[in-house]
Design a binder for this molecule. Sequence first.
Ligand SMILES: NC(=O)c1ccc[n+]([C@@H]2O[C@H](COP(=O)([O-])OP(=O)(O)OC[C@H]3O[C@@H](n4cnc5c(N)ncnc54)[C@H](O)[C@@H]3O)[C@@H](O)[C@H]2O)c1
Ligand SMILES: Cc1cc2c(cc1C)N(C[C@H](O)[C@H](O)[C@H](O)COP(=O)(O)O)c1[nH]c(=O)[nH]c(=O)c1N2
Length: 160
Amino acid sequence: MDKTDFRDAMARLGAAVNIVTTDGPAGRAGFTATAVCSVTDDPPTLLVCLNRGASVYPVFAANDALCVNALGAGQQAVSGLFGGKTPMAERFAGVAWHAESTGAPVLDDAAVSFDCRVVRRTEVGTHDVLFCEVQSLAAHAEPHALVYFGRAYHELRLAP
Ligand SMILES: NC(=O)c1ccc[n+]([C@@H]2O[C@H](COP(=O)([O-])OP(=O)(O)OC[C@H]3O[C@@H](n4cnc5c(N)ncnc54)[C@H](O)[C@@H]3O)[C@@H](O)[C@H]2O)c1
Ligand SMILES: Cc1cc2c(cc1C)N(C[C@H](O)[C@H](O)[C@H](O)COP(=O)(O)O)c1[nH]c(=O)[nH]c(=O)c1N2
């Protein structure tokens, strides 16, 4: 199986765009992730796949808290900031954050955010799969979403 064929096929799947953040003994970091998925609701658990080659990897490897912040319509620029080579302080500047129980940065304006403890980690190929138990969540008053599909961003809003 050619890697390019796999990626072309994956580009046919729409996925929520998330900013995954952490803070703790190794410091603060965040990256853009579409590889996020619900695992079980008992206990409420989701998974995040993180490339071990990413600059943020050592920080996520050492901290046990993370927050999955799903972006909403109009937040494409935030995804761009956290999806590339931008220095960490610059990624966090310009948008408002607060902390819940774990201390991981929660995006004030997220469509929905899940404050988590990392409870298990598994290495698969180039990535670590982080299993995360949800400690608390917050949802925006108005449901809307940002989806990555066909290598482009798309906005979703509920019909009024
Ligand atoms: N799961 C991931 O690690 C992941 C997912 C999306 C994007 N990205 C990063 O963003 C860049 C741009 O992505 P794009 O969607 O515009 O074009 P792309 O052709 O690089 O990727 C298409 C799709 O393939 C999957 N994919 C890409 N790189 C992957 C990887 N290293 N491991 C597992 N799945 C992967 C994703 O579903 C992605 O949306 C990628 O080159 C990659 O660095 C990584
Ligand atoms: C739309 C989109 C989606 C994803 C990404 C990018 C973009 C633009 N990236 C890549 C990830 O965000 C990037 O590697 C980090 O920002 C770290 O980059 P640096 O290594 O610091 O340049 C990414 N990386 C990862 O490990 N898991 C993922 O699910 C995703 N998903």
